[in-house]
Design a protein around this ligand. Structure first.
Ligand code: TNX
Length: 570
């Protein structure tokens, strides 16, 4: 299933918000009184006449560490603006990406050069400095009438500074075609660096398959909010999504299915490399997951020899969990794991391999911990750091291992004990960070086993204080998983991601001192205008004071997503 447009394709239907989840319900005009329609027309006209509020220096998501506005120091970009970058290939790549972000809407040429600044220095400068204070990902942004300067110790820092710069321009900067606008940046300075080194999102491409173009567009969304990890859940009972040369039927047979029995699909190794490279260019590391020893039914359909009874079962298109497993007592299982993880490590320059470990209900006690310990050794042998869902906690410690917490209670002595033995944690609490949970009872897709997660619930928790008996310094960061049992299109991915992904991103990036729901929802409202301008679908949560839109785009026939169609039928 190849869905949606590419990352640079801004033609996706804007705001195809499933109508029943939309407070204003603008899926059509039928059923509205003439008075209501007139009122709506009046508001639209007023919005068209009123100039949009100017962007303030602090209007950034995630909130920066330190913001010092200077009302007399605004800077105006113009057709002569040049982007000057330190003579370093990675920094130049960031400069080219900045130019590519700004050219469509401004229509300016914005040449990128590493030539020394002409006097007086103007335009936009991206400077790599040795400033150790800014850390591995921090940056400083200075806006003055004479020019704009981003300084950082690393290209990743420059990249994050560019995301801030982008949010400080008028929202029309998101337009794919030239707009007549004053491209003004608010004056002052920002000094910014992340609270946590690990800030991620997960996409489950196993329950439903999403093509490369969709994944690249998700990477764009991560980059916007300064996330630096994309966890791909590549295998599950319904589908195996990555080509493995030594076990070819995993992808060709195991990949040809998905929830609901659709055709599924898989990434060739070239596809996967493209995803990894696109992410790396945005300073995002891909973390691939092969879920073991449970969630392995798709692999068994391809290779009966891996099935505990030796017989390949038929494909599974339902959504139950916990019934499948590879046999921890069979040596053939470890040949399989060694081959698969070896090929994946060779394809993945990042330092981590995720081995799943969740819901292996049929592999219990010592059989389970023994299996996990052996797989942890296989990963170590490949020179990689192992990550597993927190169920792997009882297994022996392996150097550097990370546990991904997805529980809902905040109190788990077994995980706390693994931390005492050396494990670090990534926090994905199911009742705050699970983006497959519904926002509200009437959300047309998603689950509710971990409760409803509105934007405030996604935002209002503190990673440092979330787990009982776990010290704050054991927490490496946060990750927002999107499971896709009920998510079938790019528009539905975006609907579940936005606006909750920026909430998790802010928990991962911003200092706790900036945490403030009222301020956050105001800043989020400004992001909505940008999403609309960029043709990105999002949920118009009633918790956020979205401004009236100058125009409400109507989805073109045929581009309405399946959720909207479904809820329209309901
Ligand atoms: C639990 S979270 C799972 C997944 C499901 C998800 C649905 C986790 C490690 N396992 O297999 O997709 O719930 O919300």
């Amino acid at each position: 299933m190849q869905t949606g447009g590419g990352p640079d394709n801004a033609t996706a239907a804007a705001d195809t918000t499933p109508a029943s989840a939309t407070p204003a319900g603008h899926a059509g005009t039928s059923g509205r009184t003439a008075g209501e329609l007139a009122g709506a027309a009046e508001r639209q006209a007023a919005a068209l006449l009123a100039p949009p509020a100017p962007v303030r220096l602090g209007d950034v998501v995630p909130a920066p560490e330190r913001v010092t506005p200077d009302a007399d120091a605004d800077h105006l970009l113009d057709a002569d603006t040049v982007i000057r970058v330190s003579a370093d290939p990675a920094a130049l790549a960031v400069g080219e990406q900045l130019a590519a972000l700004l050219r469509p809407a401004t229509g300016y040429p914005l040449p990128v050069t590493d030539a020394a600044a002409p006097a007086p220095a103007g335009g936009i400068a991206l400077d790599l400095t040795g400033d150790a204070d800014l850390g591995a990902e921090g940056y400083r942004l200075d806006v003055t009438p004479a020019g704009v300067r981003i300084t950082a110790g690393t290209a990743a820092g420059l990249h994050h500074g560019v995301q801030t710069l982008r949010q400080l321009l008028p929202a029309a900067i998101e337009s794919a075609t030239p707009v007549a606008e004053r491209w003004v940046l608010p004056g002052g300075s920002i000094v910014d660096r992340p609270r946590y080194p690990h800030r991620g999102a997960m996409l489950d491409v196993a329950r439903h398959f999403f093509g490369v173009a969709d994944v690249l567009r998700v990477i764009d969304h991560l980059a916007r909010y300064k996330l630096n990890r994309l966890h791909l859940h590549l295998t599950d009972d319904q589908g195996w999504r990555i080509a493995v040369d030594s076990w070819p039927r995993l992808a060709t047979v195991g990949g040809a299915n998905e929830v609901g029995g659709g055709p599924g699909g898989h990434y060739t190794q070239a596809d996967y490399r493209r995803i990894v490279a696109y992410a790396a260019a945005r300073h995002i590391t891909v973390i691939p997951e092969i879920d073991l020893p449970g969630h392995t039914h798709a692999a068994l359909t391809a290779y009966g020899e891996l099935a505990p009874d030796g017989v390949a079962p038929p494909p599974y298109a339902g959504t139950e969990v916990g019934f499948s497993y590879v046999d921890p007592a069979s040596e053939r299982t470890y040949d399989f794991v060694t081959d698969v993880l070896g090929e994946l490590a060779a394809l993945t320059p990042g330092g981590w391999l995720h081995i799943g470990g969740d819901e292996a209900f049929k592999v219990k006690g010592a059989a389970y911990t023994g299996f996990v310990e052996r797989v942890q050794q296989i990963v170590a042998g490949l020179g990689r750091t192992v990550i597993g869902w927190h169920q792997i906690a009882p297994a022996a410690h392996a150097d550097g291992r990370l546990l991904q917490w997805w529980g809902t209670s905040g109190d788990d002595p077994v995980t706390a004990d693994a931390v005492r033995r050396g494990a670090k944690l990534i926090l994905s609490p199911g009742n705050h960070a699970y983006l497959d949970m519904k926002y509200a009872p009437d959300t047309p897709i998603g689950h509710d086993w971990a409760g409803l997660i509105d934007v405030r619930r996604a935002y209002d928790w503190d990673p440092a204080a979330h787990l009982t008996d776990v010290p704050a310094d054991a927490v490496l960061g946060v990750e927002a998983p999107l499971w896709t049992e009920s998510v079938t299109t790019l528009a539905e991915i975006e609907f579940m991601l936005l606006p909750r992904l920026p909430a998790i991103a802010e928990l991962g990036w911003s200092p706790r001192s900036t945490h403030d729901w009222d301020g956050f929802r105001e800043r989020l409202a400004g992001q909505g205008v940008r999403w609309t301008a960029a043709g990105i679908t999002f949920h118009r949560s009633p918790e956020v004071p979205w401004p009236a839109q100058p125009s409400i785009p109507t989805p073109r026939p045929g581009t309405q997503d399946r959720a909207a169609a479904r809820s329209a039928q309901a």
